[in-house]
Design a protein around this ligand. Structure first.
Ligand SMILES: [Zn+2]
Length: 465
């Protein structure tokens, strides 16, 4: 008998997402340190390994932890602050002023709440597009035990055809690049490699060719991811056409900024030429369905995600932010899948197997982390989500993949393991005092309304006594 550190056993269903897409009934996973040693049937695993710690997955479905391909941890305190607004008003009147008003403490609290929300929904890794207090995001991630990619948000065009940045965001090209690179120096590959850093030219329209080119070059040299929001609304495309006579991705191509280490967020308004460019340069893409639907960006109606997937582009799923409501990758998968069926009048266009691959394997590919996460198999990191099925959302259970995408809410996650550590066990997050956190959030929200000046726009329209 080989001694290991952790065994997850007796899973009713264990979905590996390995190359064969193997599923085990009564499945088990043996973990040594932070690495999976073997995956198989419980009787086989238990006859070969013994462990100090055992996690029962009886009455549960076990999957690789979700990778949220795009999530603004600093926006978690903005839930309800940007309803019924279009893309420009959303960013320039609501979310940029909100973000510019956040103190370091506000950012930390937002990031902490965000990571707890992730853990509670079976998300074990997320890619943050960056903000102006990345050290606070890192602090929250380090404490809660989740895996993530962080960045410092960089933009160097104060006033573009798309809109004008708040003074807090305005930077020279030199400073935008230097502060972005500092985050790589300070935070890349820390905490046993659980936290990585990336570069982020946040919105293509508010970044110069020079900044974009330099960031891509530095990303190539240091082997890190470089990310940007692109083509998320008709207005972003039109602004790019007005400013550069090219749509966003054609412009990135023209300045040599496409490549396999580039992650483009949304890509909802693509020309046929841009679809081909994404494939040709192996660019990574994140689809954020709920944020598009919340603000009517048209990413589903105009979108090409089924075609990109068909062509072999790595497309992941992103919940984007709390200001569009849900931060629940399970519900996000439901929205993405069913919305495409509806607008294409095709019930088979986005099957649940494909969507689950997007939220696991493709998420890992988009994070440039696919050798280590995204599936449950020997040699990969032990990032595992265990969903309890002893509830009416999951029953009856003939096909766990169908139930996971179409029926179960993400908060049926029961136990979550990241890098071999159990960070939520039987519904309790082990690394955070949740009661104290929720109390602090409720206390701090008055201050958020005050500093953002958004009280008038967001409080209930109905008489409140
Ligand atoms: Zn975003």
């Amino acid at each position: 008998m080989r001694e290991v550190d952790l065994i997850v056993s007796n899973a009713d269903w264990l979905i590996t997402l390995d190359d064969q897409r193997q599923i085990y009934r009564d499945g088990a996973v043996a973990v040594a340190g932070n690495t999976i040693v073997e995956v198989g049937k419980s009787n086989a695993i238990l006859s070969r390994y013994q462990s100090k710690k055992r996690v029962s997955a009886r009455r549960a479905v076990v999957i690789p932890g979700f990778v949220d391909g795009h999530l603004h941890s600093s926006f978690q305190m903005s839930r309800g602050l940007a309803d019924e607004v279009g893309s420009q008003q959303f960013l320039f009147e609501r979310m940029y002023p909100y973000e510019a008003a956040l103190s370091a403490d506000d950012s930390y609290l937002s990031s902490l709440l965000c990571t707890v929300n992730c853990i509670r929904h079976g998300v074990t890794c997320f890619i943050d597009p960056g903000n102006y207090h990345p050290e606070q995001t890192v602090k929250a991630i380090a404490e809660t035990g989740i895996r993530a990619i962080v960045a410092k948000s960089s933009m160097d065009i104060a006033k573009s055809a798309f809109g004008t940045l708040p003074p807090r965001f305005q930077e020279t090209t030199e400073s935008a690049l230097a502060t972005g690179l500092q985050v790589i120096k300070d935070f890349h590959n820390i905490h046993n490699g659980r936290i990585r850093a990336s570069l982020s030219f946040r919105g293509v329209n508010n970044c110069t060719d020079e900044l974009i080119r330099s960031m891509k070059q530095h990303a190539d040299e240091s082997g890190v991811l470089v990310q940007a929001h692109a083509c998320f609304a008709k207005e972003t495309r039109d602004a790019s056409l007005r400013q550069h006579r090219l749509p966003e991705i054609e412009r990135l191509h023209a300045i040599g900024a496409l490549g396999p280490n580039v992650l483009l967020i949304h890509c909802g308004w693509l020309s046929p030429k841009e679809v081909v460019l994404l494939r040709e340069f192996d660019v990574k893409v994140v689809a954020c369905a709920s944020s598009s639907m919340h603000n009517a960006y048209g990413n589903i109606l105009m979108g090409s995600i089924p075609e990109l997937l068909e062509m072999g582009v790595s497309v992941s799923v992103g919940s984007d932010h709390a200001c569009s409501g849900i931060v629940d990758l399970t519900t996000e998968m439901f929205v993405l899948s069913t919305a495409y069926k509806e607008v294409r009048l095709d019930p088979a266009v986005m099957p649940p197997e494909k969507v689950l691959e997007m939220a696991t394997r493709n998420g890992a590919a988009c994070a440039l982390w696919k050798d280590e996460i995204g599936s449950l198999e020997a040699g990969k990191k032990a990032d595992i989500a265990i969903f309890g099925i002893n509830n009416p959302d999951w029953l009856p259970l003939y096909n766990p993949i169908s139930n996971l995408i179409y029926a179960a809410p993400g908060n049926t996650a029961r136990t979550v393991i990241v890098d071999g550590s159990v960070i939520m066990e039987e519904g309790r997050v082990q690394t955070v005092d949740e009661e104290a956190l929720y109390k602090e959030v409720l206390e701090r929200q008055e201050h958020i309304l005050e500093v953002t000046g958004l009280a008038k726009s967001v409080l209930p329209k109905w008489p409140t006594a």
